[in-house]
Design a binder for this molecule. Structure first.
Ligand code: R7I
Ligand code: MG
Ligand code: MG
Length: 430
């Protein structure tokens, strides 16, 4: 096993393992967003040289790092973008209401945008926020439904923020439903919603995967496939067309106001079948790409995409995350078979005088560097990949040198701790 795997058990000393994994998820997302934002949009339709990304990430986070020209660089705090802003808001909303409250969350998203419009929001979602402020807005899902002439946005904005839902919801049914419903406040196209369900499922699976055994990539892919096959999840016992307050046997109260069925809306959408078929096909492609250690960034970008559509960025992120988790199962000494450009980035790569430290491997660094090197929507791909890997590896897998450069690091930890404390209260553990 790679050296990193040994550090997983060490992280248990920080408190409960679960708390560490909650923190890892929130911090991994924050790190991917803050570091990936440096590259967002600079490389649409093309990949970025991995060594260059590793060097720049090191320059951004390592106080001893030197630039390619050998100059020392002062560390600066890296601002988070809309991905983290909306994830924080979603986490707070779930905590403050002890569940999903649609109007509260919709208004919170809109208020956050008004307070900080410069966080790099998607071009069209702003129209949704503006409509939510109108007195005439009675149905908080309608502004999202009206986007793009009634077809709804297929952007990745509902997926990029969804990780807290995986930390909040225990069972699969509740998870998939809350992921769907929160998505539909801003994204009503099945592509945008299914992407959120898939990302939430990936985080949830990795959060609860047994670290005592090698990470089971096939089991994770099967869980993702199951989620797409039953998308959109209907509340248990609810007849199509009658979305009512939840009566599911879940641990927490989830309020679902409104009268129309969101799930029915999705299944009746003209793009619904195409979305399910596309997502299942892309999962097959992802599985083939993952099985081959020679797969390079160019192939991932061409096959899965790296753009702002959920059906691209979510798959790029899940690939980056599962690639790292698969690597944790591999021998410590990379085999001669492994292509040089796919070998793990050594921890502190290009740090001191550009020399990597021997043999060390940081799962989070590896994930974020790989995600960014796919190009395109780098903050969002790295944010989602970081959230998945963090949920498995925990905060113990994140370099302490990243702390001062990630804006609102303490907020991410605090929200993770509150979500974890709530879970412990519902499910006390010895
Ligand atoms: O999805 P969204 O919240 O954007 C998230 C992205 C992330 O990369 C963030 O980091 C931030 O940079 O933005 O915002 P939307 O405005 O709903 O969707 C994003 C973009 O996707 C839109 O501005 C459109 O360019 C495109 N898009 C569509 N274009 C044509 N037809 C989304 N849906 C459609 C569509 O149906
Ligand atoms: Mg962003
Ligand atoms: Mg983005």
């Amino acid at each position: 096993m790679l050296k990193f795997a040994k550090r997983l058990s060490g992280s248990r000393t920080m408190g409960s393992e679960l708390q560490d994994r909650f923190r890892g998820c929130m911090l991994g997302g924050l790190a991917g967003d803050c570091l990936g934002a440096r590259f967002e949009g600079a490389y649409w339709g093309k990949v970025v040289d991995r060594d260059a990304v590793a060097r720049l990430v090191s320059e951004m986070t390592n106080p001893e790092a030197k630039s390619a020209a050998g100059r020392s660089k002062a560390l600066v705090v890296r601002r988070y973008t809309d991905d983290t802003s909306m994830a924080f808001t979603l986490a707070r909303s779930l905590l403050e209401n002890d569940g999903y409250r649609e109007r509260y969350l919709a208004k919170s998203f809109a208020n956050d945008y008004k307070r900080e419009p410069g966080r790099g929001y998607g071009g069209s979602v702003i129209v949704v926020f503006m409509k939510l402020f109108e007195d005439s807005c009675r149905d908080c899902y309608k502004p999202a439904h009206d986007q793009f002439d009634g077809s709804g946005s297929y952007g990745n904005g509902a997926a990029m923020r969804v990780a807290p839902v995986a930390l909040f919801c225990d069972d699969e049914q509740e998870l998939e439903r809350v992921a769907m419903e929160q998505a539909m406040l801003t994204h009503a196209n099945p592509d945008g919603v299914c992407g959120a369900v898939l990302q939430a499922t990936a985080v949830h699976h990795c959060l609860h995967a047994d670290r005592g055994k090698p990470f089971d990539v096939a089991a994770c892919l099967q869980r993702l496939r199951d989620a797409v096959e039953r998308f959109p999840r209907q509340p248990a016992g609810a007849a199509a067309g009658s979305r009512t307050a939840s009566t599911t046997a879940t641990a927490s109260p989830i309020t679902c106001g409104g009268s129309d069925s969101l799930a029915t809306f999705l299944t009746q959408h003209s793009d619904y079948r195409a979305t399910v078929d596309k997502y299942l096909k892309k999962l097959d492609t992802l599985s083939v790409l993952l099985a081959n250690p020679h797969t390079n960034q160019q192939e991932v970008m061409v096959e899965l995409g790296n753009g702002i559509a959920a059906s691209e960025a979510v798959f790029a992120a899940i690939f980056s995350a599962l690639r790292t988790l698969r690597m944790l199962n591999e021998p410590a000494q990379p085999s001669a078979e492994q292509p040089a450009d796919q070998k793990p980035v050594p921890e502190g790569a290009a740090g001191k005088e550009g020399k990597p430290s021997a043999g060390e491997f940081s799962a989070m660094t590896e994930t974020i560097v790989h995600a960014i090197s796919l190009g395109g929507d780098t903050d969002t791909i790295a944010c989602m990949a970081g959230g998945i890997v963090g949920a498995y590896c925990g905060a113990g897998g994140i370099s302490p040198s990243w702390k001062p450069v990630l804006e609102s690091y303490a907020t991410a930890v605090s929200l993770a701790d509150k979500l974890c404390a709530r879970r412990h209260k519902l499910h006390p553990q010895p």
